[in-house]
Design a protein around this ligand. Structure first.
Ligand SMILES: Cc1cc2nc3c(=O)[nH]c(=O)nc-3n(C[C@H](O)[C@H](O)[C@H](O)COP(=O)(O)OP(=O)(O)OC[C@H]3O[C@@H](n4cnc5c(N)ncnc54)[C@H](O)[C@@H]3O)c2cc1C
Length: 326
C-alpha cells in the first residue's frame, strides 16, 4: 500500500457528538478506517443531565460522550480535537469517486474517501436577562427532554418576541406536563383563535413585556414583567432560533434544506455533493440525542454500502484495520 493510501481514512466524521460518535462506532465495526474531528462543543453541554436516552439513567452530557468515545477504542477510529475549517476535493486517476482533504483550525490535515457531517446545531436564546445564565438548568427548550422532572409544577413558556404563534404551540405542548402553565408573550398580542387554543389547553397568557428571568444563587425564582409583577415559576421553557453550529457544510458546497437550518439530504443521508453525507441534528434538527445517534447509525450503514460499491469498482480488497485474534 502506498504511503498516501495508508494515511487515507475511509470516512472522516466531522463532529463527535451523539451522531458523530455513533456513526464512528457503526463504521468502525464495519472494518472501516475512521477519523473523527470534533470541536468539543456538543449542543447540550450546559445541561446537567441527558434525559430520555434509552438504557442510560440521566448521565451528564460529558459522561455519556466519554462512554461513547471509550467504546471506539477497540476499533480503527482516530479522534482529533479540532475544528474543520477547510475542505478540498481531490479527483485522483483510478479512483471511482473524489476524495476529500480536510484542514483543521489547529493545522491538522487529513484525507478521506468520504465525509460524514455530524456538526449539530446552535441555539440562539431569547434576548431576555437571566435566560443565558440559567440555560440548560432551570431554563430549557424541550419538554420531551426536561418536562418529566418538573411535571405538575408551575411552569413558564417564554415566547419569541415577534413570533407569538410559536409560543402558543410550545405552551400547548407544555400543558401536558403541568396544569399550571403561563405563556409569556413578551409584548406580543394574541389573536382570538390563539387565545381559545390556549384556553382549551388550560394555559394562561401574560402579554406584558418581560423585564427579566429572576434568579438567586443559580436558582430560578420566576419571571418579572416590565410592570414589576413577579410570577414565581419552577422552570422556564423558551423558544429558540436554530442555526448550524459551524459552516462545515458550506465548506463542501452542500445545499441547505428548505428550513434554512439543516443540510439537505436524501432519505439515506447523502447530500448533493459526491462523497459527503450528513447525520444527526445537522440533517434533521428536531432529533433528540438518542434519535441523533440512531439516525447516524442508519446513515453510516448506507455510507458503508456505498463504500462497498466503490471498493468493488476500484478493486479494493477487504481490509481488517484491527488485527483479528487467532
Ligand atoms: C440545553 C439542552 C439540553 C438538552 N437536553 C437533552 C436531553 O435531555 N435529552 C435529549 O435527548 N436531547 C437533549 N438535547 C438535544 C441534544 O443536545 C441534541 O439532540 C444532540 O446534541 C444532537 O446531537 P448531534 O450529534 O447531532 O449534535 P451535537 O451534540 O451538537 O454535536 C455536534 C458536534 O459537532 C462538532 N462540530 C461542529 N462543527 C464542527 C467542525 N467544523 N469541525 C469539527 N467539529 C465540529 C461540535 O463541536 C459538536 O461536538 C438538549 C439540547 C439542549 C440545547
Amino acid at each position: 500500500m502506498a504511503a498516501a493510501e495508508a494515511e487515507r481514512f475511509d470516512v472522516a466524521v466531522i463532529g463527535g457528538g451523539y451522531a458523530g460518535a455513533q456513526a464512528a462506532l457503526t463504521l468502525g465495526r464495519a472494518c472501516r478506517r475512521v477519523l473523527v474531528v470534533d470541536g468539543g462543543t456538543p449542543r447540550n453541554a450546559r445541561a446537567a443531565h441527558v434525559h430520555n436516552f434509552l438504557g442510560r439513567h440521566d448521565p451528564s452530557p460529558a459522561d455519556l460522550l466519554a462512554d461513547a468515545r471509550a467504546a471506539l477504542h477497540q476499533h480503527a477510529v482516530a479522534w482529533e480535537q479540532d475544528s474543520v475549517v477547510r475542505a478540498e476535493r481531490i479527483d485522483a486517476d483510478g479512483d471511482a469517486a473524489p476524495h476529500w482533504r480536510l484542514g483543521g483550525a489547529r493545522g491538522g490535515s487529513w484525507t478521506a474517501r468520504a465525509v460524514l457531517l455530524a456538526t449539530g446545531l446552535r441555539d440562539e436564546l431569547p434576548d431576555v436577562p437571566g435566560v443565558e445564565q440559567l440555560w440548560g438548568r432551570d431554563v430549557v427548550a424541550c419538554p420531551h427532554c426536561h418536562g418529566w422532572e418538573v411535571r405538575g409544577r408551575p411552569l413558564a413558556q417564554l415566547g419569541l418576541r415577534g413570533a407569538p404563534a410559536r409560543g402558543v404551540e410550545r405552551a400547548v405542548l407544555l400543558s401536558r406536563w403541568s396544569r399550571d402553565v403561563v405563556l409569556f408573550t413578551d409584548g406580543d398580542e394574541l389573536t382570538a383563535p390563539q387565545r381559545s387554543r390556549l384556553a382549551a389547553a388550560g394555559v394562561a397568557a401574560e402579554t406584558g413585556r418581560v423585564r427579566q428571568v429572576v434568579h438567586r444563587g443559580g436558582q430560578l425564582i420566576g419571571i418579572e414583567l416590565e410592570d414589576g409583577a413577579l410570577h414565581a415559576r419552577a422552570a422556564v421553557f423558551v423558544v429558540v432560533k436554530q442555526s448550524p453550529q459551524t459552516d462545515a457544510a458550506a465548506l463542501f458546497g452542500c445545499a441547505p434544506a428548505a428550513d434554512g437550518v439543516a443540510v439537505a439530504v436524501d432519505g439515506e443521508g447523502r447530500t448533493g455533493v459526491p462523497g459527503v453525507w450528513a447525520a444527526g441534528t445537522a440533517a434533521v434538527p428536531a432529533l433528540l440525542a438518542v434519535g441523533a445517534a440512531g439516525h447516524a447509525a442508519t446513515v453510516a450503514v448506507h455510507l458503508n454500502n456505498a463504500l462497498i460499491e466503490l471498493d468493488l469498482a476500484e478493486g479494493r480488497p477487504a481490509v481488517f484495520p484491527v488485527a483479528v485474534e487467532p
